[in-house]
Design a binder for this molecule. Structure first.
Ligand SMILES: Cc1cc2nc3c(=O)[nH]c(=O)nc-3n(C[C@H](O)[C@H](O)[C@H](O)COP(=O)(O)OP(=O)(O)OC[C@H]3O[C@@H](n4cnc5c(N)ncnc54)[C@H](O)[C@@H]3O)c2cc1C
Length: 507
């Protein structure tokens, strides 16, 4: 590689992962160009405008604004005030119509547990203890999974005696902690929480990760004023105001590895950028597509061996407020039939725009996003009418589930837009419309930001700790740390002359 003063970094994708990386790298003194395929930022955590409504496309609730939590830390680093307000209860889970309130206050939550699941006190005590250890460690500089000797050293330095006590639970699943004869309602409740936060259920979810995930409502859940897309918009504004170059409508089709190790990034519209390093806010499948014949063998093997991830079926509803009276919360999780598997319309997350947010809906209305997990493969049908029938059937299932949380809501529907994995594939460019990253089953198989190419890093929800705006932020911070390590090593080896600021202290 030639000696050059400051390496140019191209970031592909302006989801939360790409934006976080782009902002931190810019702050560290790198010239950064960010290429986004769509016309606005945010991807799965974006907000789109339609007929006077601002609908959250996927994510609706954001955690991670508490002390030392990822969004709070990122906000401090960049000097950003996030447009958020806490919401409590975070959501209400309805299992066959009976509610469980996800209170933010710990004591209140313990009373709720006592009322609903008195047989499971020990489980919840253990879950709290493990969650505390997991959250403490995530607030430190915790490179996971470690990818180099230096990172093993950093990981060791981040561990404390209490963390080590919790470490053996990293080999168990949440199912191991549940009472042997757990009541069906308890198991379904825990499974439903894990499915939305760890992408898998108690039988498979790692005990440490799952415990932390079950604690999310106690760690502070927030609404974002104007829709969750304002998180991405805030980052995109910071990026451009501070000298970053951001191009929308530029879908990257090819990342070519050149013989001088630089990367050539090419977009569908013919833009070509030479980069010293690339950060890709893509899934491994998306990255392999872009690398084509340059995809390293390990990446090829990964995409062949990993089972396909989840997709989402979504329904965006414009609702007349007159039909939404006296609701106990803005967010609901409905399990229609506790004896049937979750997902596929049997478990549905429903989010209403806050009543006091005039930016989200025309006067007298509220914007709602409903989502359910669905298998992606089933939506790529060649037969158009079979696809449309399936979409209609899921729309009906979602409306029936909504009726449980919001009785009479059907009469208040003024706008109804369904979204399938094909819709997600189109708008977020995620292959097959796979969303939410990988199920968090084993810490030993956690995926880092490696790509097999030394100056190319992956960010986004495929990278540990995986899905959620907070998780993706944390993963991107770790990836940026690796970019820094790489260029510091290059500087030490005399391959680059200088990086403008002291990049080692930026994350
Ligand atoms: C239905 C649903 C509900 C969810 N609910 C919540 C929730 O309530 N709370 C929460 O915290 N999380 C939630 N999540 C998860 C959360 O939205 C995601 O984990 C997170 O937003 C993913 O961020 P990402 O950085 O991986 O980027 P993505 O959101 O995948 O964004 C990637 C970006 O890159 C762009 N891009 C892709 N390919 C290319 C290319 N080739 N060239 C240029 N640009 C490209 C895309 O257009 C997109 O803007 C939910 C997800 C879904 C689908």
């Amino acid at each position: 590689m030639k000696t050059r003063t400051v390496p140019h970094i191209v970031v592909v994708g302006a989801g939360i992962g790409g934006l976080t990386a782009a902002c931190l790298l810019l702050k560290a003194g790198f010239p950064v160009t960010l290429l986004e395929a769509h016309v606005y930022p945010g991807g799965s955590a974006g907000t789109f405008y339609h007929q006077g409504y601002r609908f959250d496309a996927g994510a609706t609730l954001a955690g991670g604004f508490g002390e030392d939590a990822p969004h709070a830390r990122l906000g401090q680093m960049l000097g950003i005030e996030w447009p958020v307000q806490p919401t409590n209860p975070a959501w209400v889970t309805l299992i066959e119509g009976r509610p469980i309130f996800q209170w933010a206050e710990r004591e209140r939550w313990r009373e709720e547990v006592e009322r609903n699941f008195p047989e499971s006190r020990t489980f919840w005590r253990m879950q709290e203890w493990l969650a505390e250890r997991a959250w403490q460690v995530s607030a430190r500089d915790f490179p996971f999974p470690p990818q180099s000797l230096r990172e093993y050293g950093r990981l060791a330095a981040a561990l404390r005696p209490t963390t080590l006590l919790a470490a053996p639970f990293g080999l168990l699943t949440v199912g191991h902690l549940l009472p042997r004869r757990a009541a069906r309602r308890l198991k379904v409740f825990v499974d439903a929480q894990l499915l939305i936060s760890a992408q898998t259920t108690s039988q498979f979810a790692n005990a440490l990760y799952g415990s932390a995930a079950l604690d999310l409502p106690r760690r502070g859940v927030h609404h974002v004023r104007g829709g969750i897309g304002q998180l991405a918009k805030t980052l995109a504004d910071w990026f451009t105001h501070n000298g970053g170059t951001l191009h929308y409508r530029q879908q990257v089709d090819r990342i070519e590895v050149r013989t001088d190790q630089r990367l050539l990034v090419q977009t569908r519209k013919g833009l070509q950028l030479e980069a010293d390093g690339v950060v890709a806010n893509l899934t491994p499948w998306g990255l392999a597509e872009a690398l084509a014949e340059d995809a390293p063998q390990r990446l090829r093997q990964e995409i062949q061996s990993r089972p396909k991830g989840w997709g989402a079926f979504t329904l965006y509803l414009g609702l007349d407020r007159a039909y939404l009276k006296d609701l106990p919360a803005d967010h609901f999780q409905v399990i229609v039939d506790a004896s049937r598997p979750l997902g596929e319309g049997n478990s549905v997350f429903i989010s209403l725009s806050p009543e006091d947010d005039p930016l989200r809906a025309p006067p007298g209305m509220r914007a709602a996003t409903l989502s359910t997990h669905t298998r992606v493969e089933d939506w790529w049908l060649d037969n158009r009418s079979a696809y449309e029938e399936k979409r209609q059937a899921y729309t009906e299932k979602m409306l029936a589930a909504a009726e449980i949380a919001l009785p009479g809501v059907r009469q208040g529907v003024r706008l109804c837009l369904p979204g399938t994995p094909r819709t997600f594939a189109f708008y977020t460019r995620r292959p097959l419309g796979m969303v939410g990253g990988f199920p968090q089953t084993s810490l030993l198989s956690a995926r880092g930001s490696w790509t097999g190419i030394p100056n190319l890093w992956l960010v986004g929800d495929s990278v540990f700790p995986g899905q959620s705006t907070a998780g993706v932020t944390l993963g991107a911070m770790q990836a940026v740390r690796r970019v820094m390590d790489y260029y510091l090593a290059q500087r030490e080896a005399g391959r680059i002359l200088l990086v403008q600021r002291d990049i080692s202290h930026s994350t």
